[in-house]
Design a binder for this molecule. Structure first.
Ligand code: HQG
Length: 181
């Protein structure tokens, strides 16, 4: 696969495994898993033929490690980012003192009023470092970085999860725990 084919196929897999499983004629189990053989057959039926080796390549080289195989390698799922109903069964974890969220300046008034909301996703997504957060914000407009007082939030009873690929997930960030830099 060329790099551009790999990216295009990875985007299609995100669509299938997070948002529209029917695009590849598959269904996800309650924890978001699908049999690799069913996925490959469904992708071929949808006109996006790929081999098991192609899939392995995408899973291991994906910059954000968006996908994971089950221990036996027979099933695959997206680690986070779903809009379809799934229970990823992550265990609550203590977050670091500070987490970050990249957003766009046009959302700031609304965020100051409501805090961070999960919108179409299952959770608000937070990052441990600022590396990717400006890129995430730039997808929506002029990027801006928000700081979250995560340890204080947890002490106040908010539950944090950490996805397999290192994204911190939380239901809502009330404005009192946000710092607008
Ligand atoms: C904003 C990428 C108005 C929020 C990234 C964001 C991430 C509000 C947008 C993952 C708001 C939702 C998720 C409020 C939040 N008023 N706007 N009260 N509260 N927002 O795409 O965090 O490439 O659902 O700031 O790395 O941008 O998909 O979330 O701008 O981890 O693997 O509403 O997507 O990962 O946008 O991105 P999104 P996100 P992947």
């Amino acid at each position: 696969m060329t790099p551009s084919q790999t990216t295009a196929t990875s985007k299609f897999l995100s669509l299938v495994l997070r948002h529209q499983p029917h695009s590849a004629y598959v269904t996800l189990d309650p924890a978001g898993w699908v049999d690799v053989s069913a996925l490959l057959a469904g992708c071929a039926r949808a006109g996006k033929r790929l081999s098991r080796e192609d899939l392995d390549h995408i899973v291991t080289t994906n910059a954000k490690k968006r996908f994971e195989f089950s221990e036996d390698g027979a099933r695959i799922r997206a680690c986070q980012g779903h809009s379809v109903e799934v229970d990823l069964d992550y265990t609550p974890q203590a977050p670091p003192a500070i987490l970050y969220h990249g957003t766009a300046t046009r959302f700031l008034d609304s965020i100051r009023a409501q805090g961070l909301l999960k919108m179409q996703r299952h959770h608000v997504h937070l990052a441990e470092d600022t590396k990717m957060t400006m890129d995430v914000g730039a997808r929506h407009g002029k990027p801006v970085l928000l700081t979250i007082l995560a340890a204080e939030m947890q002490a106040a009873g908010h539950i944090f999860f950490r996805s397999t690929n290192g994204v911190w997930l939380v239901e809502h960030v009330p404005v009192t725990f946000l710092r607008f830099s």
